[in-house]
Design a protein around this ligand. Structure first.
Ligand code: SAH
Length: 221
C-alpha cells in the first residue's frame, strides 16, 4: 500500500518550480508542461524520496530500475507530438510516471513492464490515481499485437536494436521515440522515427541520454 498519495499545496508549489526549471532547460510545449504540473511525481517514489521528488533527477524505484528524470520525460513526450485520443504504446512502465503524463495529455496509454514485482507494485499505485493507463506484464520487444496499431510508441529503456515488431505495430504517419544504444560507448542517442506513407522510416537524432537497458524476456528480481 502506498502511504503518500496526498497531494498538498507544498507539492503543487514544488511542481510549479519544476515546470519553470524545465522551461529553462528548453521544454516549450505548453501541453507537456501542463501535464507535468498536473501529475504528482512524489506518489511514484518510495516514501524516503518524497522530499526530492520535484528535483530534476532520476531515482531508484526498486528491482534495479529508475524513474526517469523529469526533463527526460518531458523531452521524450515533447518529441512524440501527441494529440488527444491517440493510442500510445509505452515500453518500460517502471514507476508509471511517464505513462500518467501521457494519460494526462488525453492519450490512451498501453504500457508494458518486464519486471514482475515492479509491474504489480505500479499497478497498485495506478489504481489509486485518476489517470487511465492499461498496464501489461510482458516483453516490450513483442509489443501488443491485440491492441495495435498505435499512433505513437515511446521506449523508456535503452534499446540495443530497432525493435522491428514495434515498427510493424505503428500506424502510417506514426512516430516512435526511442533511446538507441551507442555502437561503441555507454548511453544512448534519442531517435524520433516516423513511419512514412510508403512504409519507409524517417529518422532524426536528438542528443545523448543514459537509460537502464531494454532487456528481453521477463525478469523476476
Ligand atoms: N517509464 C518509466 C521509466 C522506467 S525505467 C517511469 O516513468 O518510471 C525502464 C523500465 O523498462 C524498467 O522498469 C525496466 O524493467 C523496463 N524494461 C526493460 N526492458 C523491458 C522490456 N523488454 N519490456 C518491458 N519493459 C522493459
Amino acid at each position: 500500500m502506498n502511504t503518500h498519495l496526498e497531494d498538498n499545496y507544498r507539492h503543487k508549489g514544488l511542481r510549479k518550480q519544476l515546470v519553470d526549471a524545465l522551461r529553462d532547460k528548453g521544454i516549450d510545449d505548453e501541453v507537456v508542461l501542463a501535464a507535468i504540473k498536473e501529475v504528482p511525481r512524489h506518489v511514484f517514489l518510495d516514501s524516503s524520496f518524497v522530499e526530492l521528488a520535484y528535483q530534476d533527477k532520476a531515482f531508484p524505484i526498486g528491482s534495479g530500475q529508475t524513474i526517469s528524470q523529469p526533463s527526460t520525460v518531458a523531452f521524450q513526450t515533447q518529441l512524440l507530438g501527441l494529440e488527444k485520443g491517440m493510442k500510445v504504446l509505452e515500453i518500460g512502465t517502471g514507476s508509471g510516471y511517464q505513462a500518467c503524463v501521457l494519460a494526462a495529455m488525453g492519450a490512451k496509454v498501453f504500457s508494458i513492464e518486464r519486471q514482475r514485482n515492479l509491474y504489480f507494485k505500479t499497478k497498485e499505485v495506478l489504481e489509486q490515481l485518476p489517470f487511465r493507463v492499461k498496464t501489461f506484464l510482458g516483453d516490450g520487444f513483442e509489443g501488443l499485437p491485440t491492441y495495435a496499431p498505435f499512433d505513437r510508441v515511446i521506449i523508456t529503456a535503452g534499446a540495443p536494436t530497432l525493435p522491428e515488431t514495434l515498427i510493424a505495430q505503428m500506424k502510417t504517419g506514426g512516430i516512435m521515440v526511442i533511446p538507441m544504444d551507442h555502437a561503441d560507448s555507454e548511453g544512448q542517442t534519442m531517435l524520433r522515427i516516423k513511419k512514412l506513407e510508403d512504409g519507409s522510416l524517417k529518422t532524426e537524432e536528438f542528443g545523448n541520454f543514459k537509460f537502464v537497458p531494454m532487456l528481453k524476456e521477463l525478469g523476476r528480481d
